[in-house]
Design a binder for this molecule. Structure first.
Ligand code: NAD
Length: 300
């Protein structure tokens, strides 16, 4: 029996519909700003996709383009300006940043309330404690896919290949929070293949085409292929491929996300959801200011 091929586009449409419906509770459209530094072609494609989708939904979306030789100070100044603008609810700094710019320092500069990529240490800390906060979009999207297939993960063994701050680590935290037993592997892990064979849920977030072979997969496992690598086509142009040997996996897994059309659309949809979440939380915080002033006056 062949694996179910997960339709990430259809799931993403559902998330976006919910975001559209959720906007009704706001008195203005959410505002999203993306900082894009340098001329990495893949980053430009990703940012265009995000901004296009945001505008389609009715968000106000803007891109701040910076040259490849931009300085960390310039990026930090742009972030400070966006932090100060009330109509901006979400700030996303497209990674990777040009060489010489410290990603962690840049992430630390984003107002945690506007950190729609969930990379600020405060949001990462909240996630590791299971105490709310904004969650990185790709793992959030992966969790929605997994939940659509297996509503209860209690006792499942989940293996996450890759341990980056943006995908691997938050993915493992979310799975752990969902009561799975989680194993995380990375480039220095020995015998990744053996570990993967025990996985009921296997998430690969590496960026190495064909890394996960059919015989790495437990029969009927759920396989999420996060990897996206641009490979040149013989006829010119590029195509995007995942980490999993798809044809092999199809004959073993129970369900698998394709590349493209699996995790990617959910990442964008979850960025929209995070921006709405941030806009709502900020609107709520604005509403509570007069109340606390009144409380202070009453107490005085
Ligand atoms: P990264 O380079 O920061 O991290 C890669 C991780 O893979 C590291 O933890 C590294 O130790 C591990 N790794 C490398 N080689 C390995 C190997 N042979 N075996 C096991 N682990 C190995 O990358 P990232 O930002 O986490 O992204 C991972 C992949 O996911 C990339 O292809 C990226 O383009 C893709 N991605 C896709 C989406 C999406 O929306 N589909 C979003 C984010 C990232």
């Amino acid at each position: 029996m062949l694996a179910e091929i997960v339709d990430g586009r259809a799931l993403a449409r559902k998330v976006v519909e919910d975001v559209r419906a959720g906007m009704a509770s706001l008195d203005r459209a959410p505002g999203l700003a993306v900082i894009l530094a340098g001329d990495d072609p893949a980053s430009h494609v990703y940012v265009n996709g995000k901004v296009k989708r945001a505008r389609e939904i009715g968000f106000n979306a803007e891109v701040i383009l910076l040259p490849a030789d931009t300085t960390e100070d310039r990026v930090l100044a742009e972030i400070a300006a966006l932090n100060a603008r009330d109509e901006i609810d979400g700030i996303l700094v497209q990674l990777p940043l040009p060489d010489g710019i410290n990603t962690l320092r840049v992430m630390a500069a984003v107002d945690p309330a506007k950190d729609v990529d969930g990379l600020h240490a405060l949001n990462a800390g909240r996630l590791s404690q299971g105490s709310g906060g904004l969650i990185p979009c790709t793992p959030l999207g992966c969790m929605k896919i997994i939940r659509s297939l297996v509503p209860d993960l209690t006792g499942s063994h989940a293996v996450v290949i890759g341990s980056s701050n943006i995908v691997g680590k938050p993915m493992a935290a979310l799975l752990l929070d969902a009561r799975a037993t989680v194993t995380q592997t990375h480039i220095h892990t020995r015998d990744t293949q053996f570990i993967c064979r025990g996985a009921d849920i296997l998430v690969s977030a590496v960026g190495k085409p064909g890394l996960v072979r059919g015989d790495w997969i437990k029969p009927r496992a759920i396989v999420l292929d996060v990897g996206t690598t641009r490979v040149a086509k013989p006829e010119g142009g590029h195509r995007i491929v995942g980490d999993v040997a798809f044809e092999e996996a199809l004959h073993v897994a129970g369900a698998i996300t394709p590349v493209p059309g699996g995790v990617g659309p959910m990442t964008i949809a979850c960025l929209m959801e995070n921006t709405l979440t941030a806009a709502r939380a900020r609107a709520e915080a604005r509403r509570s200011v007069p109340r606390s002033v009144a409380e202070k006056a009453w107490l005085a």
